[in-house]
Structures are given as C-alpha cells and as structure tokens.
Write a protein that binds this ligand. Structure first.
Ligand SMILES: Nc1ncnc2c1ncn2[C@@H]1O[C@H](COP(=O)(O)OP(=O)(O)O)[C@@H](O)[C@H]1O
Ligand code: SF4
Ligand SMILES: [Mg+2]
Length: 332
C-alpha cells in the first residue's frame, strides 16, 4: 500500500469558553491516501471545521488545547514550529474555508495574492506567475479573468471570492487539499467545474483531499470514503458506497433520511429530530443516545461504543460504526 498523505491519530481539541471547557474533537483518527478524497459530513456544530483548523494551528492559542498526531507525509503538523507550518501551507496543504473574507487580504488585488502564493514556494518569474494566476482564475470559472486579476476582493461577489480562494489553494498543487464547505455557496455548474479541477489535480499530483460538506450529491460525486462526525467523534466511516448505501449508525441513517420515520433521501443531509449536544456538556455513553430512536442496549447511556467493523464491506476498506446495535439497525 502507498504511504498516506495525511494520518490523523487520536486528534482531540478542547476550547476554553465562558461556559466551561468545550470538548469539540474527541479522539478522531483517519487517513487520506494519495489521490483519495475523504468526505466529512455531520450536522452543524459537530466539530468538522475545528478538526481541520487544528491541523494547521489556526485555532486561538490562548483558548485551544490540541493533542494527538497529524502526520503529513510522516511529519507531525501538530508538533511543527510556526515557521515550518507557514512553509507547509501552500505546497503542503491548501485550504479553502467557508468564509473567503477571513482569508483574503482586502488590501491586495486577487492577482497579487495569487502571484505571491505561486512565487513564495518556487522559482517562478513574475510574468510567468501572473500568466498562471490569470489561467487559474479562468479554470475556477471566473468570467473575464484577465480583468478580474487586477480587482480587489471587495470588488467581487461572494461566489467570485470563493473561487479566488479555491484558485489560491490549488495554485501550489498541494499534497493535501482541505475544503470546508468550499462550494456550498456556488451554483451547480461552477461547483461541477471546480470538482473537475480538483479531480484533475488529484490525477496529476496525487493530491489527497478532505472535503467537508452538507451536500450528499457532492459526497456521492467526489468521495472515495466518508467519515460521519457527531459530537466531535467519528461515528461511522467506510467507502462511499458502504456509508451511503448501507449506513449502519442510527445517526447516519437519520442524516440520509433512511430511518423509518423520516422522509426519503434528499440532496442535502436530512434533519434528525432533536439537537446536537453542546460540547461543554457531552452525554456519557454513546454520544447520540439522547436523540437515538432505536436505542435498546443497556450500555447506550453509560458506555461509549468503540468504532468497530460492521457487516461485510462492499469495498476494500473496512466499514466501521460506533454503535452497540449495528446488527439491529443494519437492515436498510
Ligand atoms: N473559537 C471557538 N471558541 C469556542 N467554541 C468554539 C470555537 N469554534 C467553534 N466552537 C464550538 O465548537 C463546536 C464545533 O464547531 P465547528 O467545528 O465549527 O462545527 P462544524 O464545522 O461541524 O459546524 C461548536 O459547538 C462551536 O460552537
Ligand atoms: S449505541 Fe445505542 S444510543 Fe448509540 S446509536 Fe447505537 S442504539 Fe443508539
Ligand atoms: Mg464548519
């Protein structure tokens, strides 16, 4: 087997808040192979964004405690000095956030930001970098890229700024691309164009991708594997076919609209009755038990179920779920 691009082991994040310690990520482990796409899904507040911000040291140092390991080609991102981490961002890890305004510099034209990114990590002449910047803006679907390159972020619409962010993240052909709801705000045609671009990058450079999304259409279209997060834990993971077609955890089944009392699968994650737990007051036992419509095992409320292999996987990788009742719930 080829060495993974990213190996996350027992990632934990606690944040100090006025309401006490928030246990936002609680022992997350996964890996991303070269050219592989892992989709991370789960309701809002399940710790998806915090889990990836932690990898790049982007959480507030005063209030965040991060532990575990996150090996990028064997080098631990969580143990890296700040200057090494800055070097790694770009050619090592490209990241596209939900809100482009927090990451674009309002004082510089988008071209300047792209050119600086391209030149910061390689010997590229300025004119060549600018030509590449215009080309990238065209590839992410920006109309009239030759003019857009000289615009400031505030002169562009939200969707265009989002595409600029994506262009910047792709500009260094990173080993790992982390996209956090990167295409959610974009129309379907542009979204498809960007997904094609990411797939090309993966084919050409073996880029590993972590793709956080609410959109099951996107998951089905791009993911090789799916990781379902709830209460800062992985409650189910497996190949895209196993998780979407044979969901084993009651929470995943709820999200897919596959529980008997919920409506047929929609394009977006379905709503599961009830609300997710506050990370300052996680329930003991199975983190999903207060909302679980099928809880039956006496251990549900007291013991945390381990992430264990469930049923026969249709793919080459194990299909795992953290539930005491996989047998009872695995009949779709
Ligand atoms: N800087 C922060 N300080 C305190 N709590 C935070 C901070 N950032 C996120 N949280 C909390 O952590 C939890 C997970 O947030 P997040 O990772 O953004 O969820 P998701 O991306 O899955 O919607 C939420 O309860 C959120 O309120
Ligand atoms: S362990 Fe129990 S409470 Fe948790 S998902 Fe399974 S059945 Fe529901
Ligand atoms: Mg988020």
């Amino acid at each position: 087997m080829t060495a993974p691009v990213l190996e996350v082991e027992d990632l934990r994040v606690q944040l100090r808040t006025p309401r006490g310690t928030a246990h936002v990520v609680n022992g997350l482990s996964y890996s991303v192979g070269p050219g592989e796409t892992v989709a991370v899904v789960g309701e809002s507040g399940s710790g998806k964004s915090v889990s990836v911000l932690a990898l790049l040291g982007l959480l507030p140092a005063r209030t965040a405690t991060v532990s575990g390991r996150a090996l990028l080609h064997g080098e631990d991102l969580l143990a890296m000095p700040a200057d090494r981490l800055r070097e790694v961002r770009g050619p090592g890890v490209g990241m596209v956030f939900q809100d482009p305004m927090t990451s674009l510099n309002p004082m510089l034209t988008v071209g300047r930001q792209l050119v600086e990114g391209i030149r910061a990590h390689g010997e590229v002449p300025k004119t060549e970098a600018r030509r590449r910047a215009v080309e990238l803006l065209g590839e992410v679907g920006l109309p009239d890229p030759g003019r857009a390159v000289d615009r400031y972020p505030h002169e562009l619409s939200g969707g265009m700024r989002q595409r600029v962010m994506i262009a910047i993240a792709l500009s260094n052909s990173p080993a790992l691309l982390i996209a956090d709801e990167a295409t959610t705000a974009l129309d379907v045609t542009v979204q498809a164009q960007i997904i094609d671009l990411v797939e090309k990058l993966q084919a050409d450079h073996g880029t590993g991708v972590v793709w956080i999304t609410h959109d099951l259409g996107v998951v089905a279209g791009i993911a090789d594997r799916v990781l379902v997060m709830y209460g800062g834990r992985c409650v189910e993971d497996g190949t895209v076919d196993d998780v979407l077609e044979r969901p084993a955890h009651p929470y995943t089944r709820g999200l897919l609209g596959a529980l008997p009392d919920l409506t047929a699968p929609a394009d977006e994650l379905a709503t599961v009755p009830g609300v997710p737990p506050a990370p300052t007051a996680l329930p003991s036992g199975c983190v999903f038990w207060p909302r679980c419509p099928v809880r039956a095992d006496p251990r549900c409320e007291t013991e945390q179920p381990p992430l264990a292999v469930v049923g026969a996987s249709g793919g080459s990788l194990p299909h795992r779920a953290a539930t005491w009742c996989a047998e009872e719930v695995s009949l779709v």
